[in-house]
Design a protein around this ligand. Structure first.
Ligand SMILES: [Zn+2]
Length: 824
C-alpha cells in the first residue's frame, strides 16, 4: 500500500484546515471487527478543489461529503478521492475495521490468565486510517471528540477524560488540537490506581491479572510522575496542557511506550511481576519521564513532517535523563545507564551503512521515515543536544526551548524554527554548528597522544565535517583518579598543556564524563591495563565509557573479543553499578560470544561469565540488585545441570526469586537450549505460569531446543502461522537462533531470505522490522551468509523495514567476519 509522501502532505495541508474530528467506535461487535463512525469538519482554501481522505477499513459502508454520497467502491490503496470541496465541509464515514495482532491500529489481545480481552490504539506512525477515516499527517491537527461503546465490564480510557454516560457507553472529553497519530483509546477490564498531583488527575492502569504487581509498583511510578511534572513545569514555564494524565501498560506493545497526550501507552513488561533490578526500575522511570517530555515537545508542538522526528526523540531522550538526574533518587546513575544502554545502541547504528544525519534526512514518505527511528535519532540526537548546551550554555538553551514551545503551541515546528530560537536565545550564529552536528552523518574518533599532550580527532572519510567537541579526559591509577582535564577540540589535533603536565596514569579515559558523541579509542597501554584496572576506577561513568569503548572496539575490529571476555572475568565481580553489570554481560552473551568468537571457543567463554556471576551471587547481599543480576546470569550460562534442575523445580533458589516465574524460564531456556529439557518440562512450566509472559517464554524455550525437529517446528511457526502475534514472532525468532549446531542451523540461513520478506503480506512493517532483525542468521558467521544477504538486497520487492533489517544485520555479520579474520 503506498505511503503518504511529503509532497502529498504539503499539498494537502496547504489546501485544508481540519476544524474538528468526531469519532465513534463500537468495540462491542465481537473479537474480529469494530465499528468506526467519523465526522470530519474541515475547510478548504480553494473551493472546487479535490483531495483525498485516508481510510483502511475491513468494509467501507458509506461516505457522505456535504450531504452528497461518495462512491465507496472508489476506495483504492487506503484512499478515497474527494472532489468539489466547498469552503466549509463535513465528511461522514461509516466503516467496519479489523482489530490488529501486530501492535498497529487498534490491537486486541487476550490474557490467558483469565481469558479477558484488551484493546488499545497505537496510531503511530500511519495507522490512524486503520481506526477511523482521517487526513493522516502530523500537521493537520484538530480537536477530537471521541465516544466509545464497549462491553459493560470494561473501562475506557483515551486522550480526553473518560466519562461513563450509560452502561457500556463512554464519552471522552474533547481534546486540544492533536495530530492524528496521537489519538488512542484503551479499553478492557483494566486494573487502575488513581491519584492526583498539582491539579492533574493521574491514573496508572494494567491488565486485571497484573493488579497485584501494578499496585506494588505504582507508588514508585507515581513518585517519578510527580517529580517529572514539577521539573518540567519549572523548566519550561508552561503548564501541562492536556487535562488528565493516564499511563496505561498494554499487552504486546511494539515500542517501549507512546506519548499519546493524556493517555501514554507502555509495554506491560514494565509492570514487573517478579524481582526487578535497579537498572530496570531506572529504565521504566526514564521511559515515564521521556513520554512526559513529549507532552510539550512532540505533542504541544509537533514536527511538521517525519523528517524532523529527531526534534521529538532527541529532545525527550535528553530531557528524561536530565530529569532523572535532577529530580529523582537515581541522580547521575541515569547518565551511566544512558552510556551503557542508549549510546552503545546509537554507536551500533552509526557503524551500519544505514546511518544518517540526526536531522534533515529525506523521509520522502511516512513509511521510510520509520527507518530513521533508531539509535541516531535518540541517543546521538541527545548527545548532540548536550554538545549544543556546552556550546551555547544551559540558560540560553532552556530560554530558547521555552520560547519555541510558546510560539508554536498546538501547532508544528521544523529544524529551522528550533535552531532560530536557539540562535536568538544565545546570540550565536549556529549555521556551521548545525551543518556539522545535525546535518552530517558519522562519528569522529577521539584518541590521545599522551606524550604530546594532544587530543586527536579523526573525521570519517565518508562524512567530513568540522565538529567541535567539549568533554573531559581523566586518568586513573591503582583505584584513584589522578587527573581530570576539560577539553574543547579545535580541528583535528588539539594540544592541551594541562594534559601534557598531568601525572602518569595506568588508564587514561578520553570523554570520561561522556559528554560528547565519539568513538573513544583507548591508547595501547590503557587497553592492556583494562582487565586488571577497570574494577578499581572509582567513577562509574568513566567505567561505562571504557566498557562501551571496548564493545565499539570489538565491533570495529580494533579490540580482540577475548579482551572483553577477560575484562568480564576480572572486573565484573567487583562492579556495583546495575546498568554496567547488566549491559556488559548482555552484550557479551548476546552478541560478542555467539558471533565474534569461533564456535569451539564459545562454551568456554560462557563459563567465564558463569564463574564471574557465581562469585558475585555468593558474595552479594541476598535480594540485592547485584545478587539478582548475578543469579540471572548464572541461570542463563551455568552448565551445572543439577543446580539448574533444582532451580527449574523451584528449589534452592536465591533469596527473592523463590516464586519468580521469569527466573524459572531463564533456567528452563538454558536447559532446553542444551537439549536437557524436552517439551514435557516446558509444558509443565507453562501450566504453572499460564499467562501472556509464560506462553511467550514457552515458545522461546521450545524454539531454543537444538534438535532438527524443534528448529523445523519453530521456523514454521514464525514464517507460516499467520495467527502468531508480534510478540510471539519475536519470542520464536529469538529462541530459534540462540542454540543449535551449525549443520542444523545452516539451511535456515537460506530460508530466511525467502521466507521473512514474504511475511510482509500479513505482518505490518513496525512488527516485521523486529522479526527481520531477530530472525537474521547472525550465528551462521560465514561468507555464504553475507553473499545471500547481498543478493537479497538486490531485490526490489523488499519492504523498507525488511530491507533495513537485512542491511543492519548484514553489517553486524561483516563486523564478526572481519574480527574473526583478524583475531581468529
Ligand atoms: Zn519518544
Amino acid at each position: 500500500m503506498p505511503s503518504l509522501t511529503r509532497s502529498e502532505a504539503r499539498e494537502r495541508s496547504a489546501l485544508l484546515q481540519v476544524t474538528r474530528m468526531e469519532v465513534d467506535l463500537d468495540l462491542d461487535q465481537g473479537e474480529e471487527r469494530f465499528g468506526s463512525s467519523t465526522r470530519i469538519t474541515f475547510s478548504c482554501n480553494e473551493p472546487g478543489a479535490s483531495t483525498f481522505v485516508d481510510v483502511k477499513p475491513a468494509e467501507l459502508r458509506s461516505m457522505v461529503l456535504n450531504g452528497q454520497s461518495v462512491d465507496v467502491t472508489t476506495l483504492t490503496d487506503g484512499r478515497v478521492a474527494l472532489s468539489g470541496l466547498a469552503a466549509d465541509n463535513v465528511l461522514e464515514v461509516e466503516a467496519q475495521m479489523s482489530y490488529s495482532r501486530d501492535g498497529q491500529g487498534l490491537h486486541r489481545a487476550v490474557d490467558p490468565a483469565d481469558g479477558e480481552h484488551y484493546v488499545y490504539g497505537h496510531l503511530f506512525l500511519d495507522a490512524g486510517p486503520r481506526v477511523f477515516a482521517c487526513f493522516d499527517q502530523p500537521d493537520l491537527k484538530a480537536p477530537y471528540a471521541v465516544t466509545v461503546a464497549a462491553p459493560e465490564a470494561w473501562t475506557v480510557l483515551g486522550n480526553g477524560a473518560a466519562t461513563k454516560v450509560a452502561p457500556g457507553r463512554w464519552e471522552l472529553a474533547e481534546t486540544k488540537p492533536l495530530a492524528t497519530y496521537f489519538v488512542t483509546v484503551c479499553a478492557g477490564p483494566y486494573a487502575s490506581v488513581l491519584d492526583e498531583h498539582d491539579g492533574i488527575p493521574l491514573g496508572i492502569h494494567a491488565r486485571a491479572s497484573l493488579r497485584e504487581a501494578l499496585e506494588r509498583g505504582a507508588p514508585q511510578m507515581l513518585e517519578v510522575t510527580r517529580a517529572s511534572f514539577d521539573y518540567y513545569h519549572q523548566l519550561f514555564g508552561i503548564r501541562y496542557p492536556f487535562g488528565e494524565y493516564h499511563q496505561v501498560f498494554v499487552p504486546e506493545f511494539n515500542a517501549g511506550a507512546m506519548e499519546n497526550p493524556g493517555c501514554v501507552t507502555f509495554r506491560d513488561v514494565y509492570v514487573f511481576r517478579g524481582a526487578a533490578a535497579r537498572d530496570e526500575i531506572l529504565t521504566r522511570s526514564n521511559t515515564i519521564a521521556h513520554e512526559m517530555a513529549h507532552m510539550w515537545f512532540g505533542d504541544l508542538v509537533t514536527m511538521q513532517w517525519w523528517d524532523d522526528l529527531w526534534l521529538n526523540e532527541s529532545f525527550a531522550e535528553y530531557m528524561s535523563h536530565r530529569t532523572l538526574d535532577a529530580a529523582t533518587e537515581f541522580g547521575t546513575e541515569a547518565w551511566v545507564d544512558s552510556t551503557m544502554a542508549r549510546k552503545a545502541w546509537g554507536y551500533a547504528a552509526e557503524r551500519t551503512p544505514s546511518t544518517h544525519p540526526v536531522a534533515g534526512s529525506a523521509a520522502l514518505d511516512a513509511q521510510s521515515a520509520l527507518q530513521d527511528f533508531d539509535g541516531i535519532s535518540y541517543a546521538k540526537g541527545a548527545a548532540t543536544l548536550r554538545q549544543l548546551i556546552a556550546h551555547i550554555g544551559d540558560d540560553a538553551f532552556i530560554a530558547g526551548v521555552s520560547a519555541y514551545l510558546r510560539e508554536h503551541s498546538f501547532g508544528n515546528g521544523t529544524l529551522a524554527d528550533f535552531m532560530g530560537f536557539m540562535e536568538r536565545a544565545s546570540g550565536k550564529d549556529l549555521g556551521a554548528w548545525t551543518q556539522a552536528w545535525l546535518l552530517t552523518a558519522g562519528v569522529d574518533v577521539i584518541s590521545l597522544d599522551r606524550a604530546a599532550g594532544a587530543v586527536d580527532r579523526t573525521v570519517p572519510e565518508a562524512f567530513p565535517a568540522d565538529r567541535p567537541h567539549t568533554f573531559d579526559v581523566a586518568g586513573f591509577s591503582a583505584g584513584a583518579e589522578t587527573f581530570r582535564v576539560p577539553v574543547t577540540t579545535s580541528g583535528d589535533r588539539t594540544v592541551v598543556p594541562e594534559l601534557a603536565a598531568a601525572p602518569a596514569a595506568d588508564l587514561v579515559v578520553p570523554n570520561a564524563g561522556d559528554l560528547t558523541w565519539a568513538t573513544v579509542t583507548l591508547d595501547p597501554d590503557s587497553i592492556a591495563a583494562v582487565p586488571e584496572q577497570l574494577a578499581l576506577v572509582p567513577d562509574p561513568q568513566a567505567r561505562a565509557v571504557v566498557w562501551v569503548s571496548l564493545i565499539d572496539g570489538v565491533c570495529l575490529g580494533t579490540v580482540d573479543p577475548r579482551v572483553m571476555v577477560r575484562t568480564v572475568g576480572a572486573a565484573w565481580p567487583h562492579e556495583d553499578n546495575a546498568s554496567i553489570l547488566n549491559r556488559s554481560a548482555g552484550s557479551l552473551l548476546g552478541r560478542i560470544i555467539p558471533t565474534f568468537l569461533p564456535h569451539e571457543e564459545q562454551g568456554e567463554a560462557e563459563q567465564v561469565v558463569a564463574a564471574a556471576a557465581a562469585s558475585v551471587l555468593a558474595a552479594a547481599e541476598p535480594g540485592s540488585t547485584r545478587a539478582l543480576v548475578a543469579a540471572r546470569a548464572v541461570a542463563r550460562t551455568s552448565a551445572d545441570e543439577e543446580l539448574l534442575r533444582a532451580w527449574a523445580a523451584g528449589e534452592r533458589r536465591p533469596v527473592g526469586l523463590e516464586g519468580d516465574s521469569d527466573f524459572g524460564w531463564i533456567v528452563v531456556r538454558n536447559l532446553a537450549s542444551h537439549g536437557l529439557a524436552g517439551r514435557e518440562l516446558i509444558e509443565a512450566t507453562r501450566e504453572r505460569d499460564d499467562t501472556l509472559q509464560g506462553r511467550l517464554s514457552a515458545l522461546m524455550a521450545g524454539a531454543s531446543m537444538p534438535d532438527t525437529e524443534a528448529k523445523a517446528w519453530a521456523w514454521g511457526e514464525i514464517t507460516t502461522n499467520r495467527e502468531r502475534s508480534n510478540y510471539e514472532l519475536n519470542a520464536l525468532a529469538q529462541g530459534f537462533w540462540s542454540s543449535g549446531e551449525l549443520d542444523v542451523l545452516r539451511p535456515y540461513a537460506a530460508r530466511y531470505f525467502s521466507d521473512v520478506p514474504a511475511m510482509s503480506a500479513w505482518v505490518g512493517d513496525d512488527a516485521l522490522a523486529r522479526v527481520a532483525q531477530l530472525g537474521f542468521p547472525s550465528r551462521v558467521v560465514e561468507e555464504a551468509t553475507d553473499d545471500m544477504a547481498r543478493a537479497a538486497l538486490q531485490r526490489t520487492d523488499l519492504t523498507p523495514a525488511v530491507r533495513r533489517g537485512i542491511v543492519d544485520a548484514r553489517s553486524e555479520l561483516g563486523e564478526a567476519l572481519r574480527s574473526r579474520a583478524t583475531f581468529g
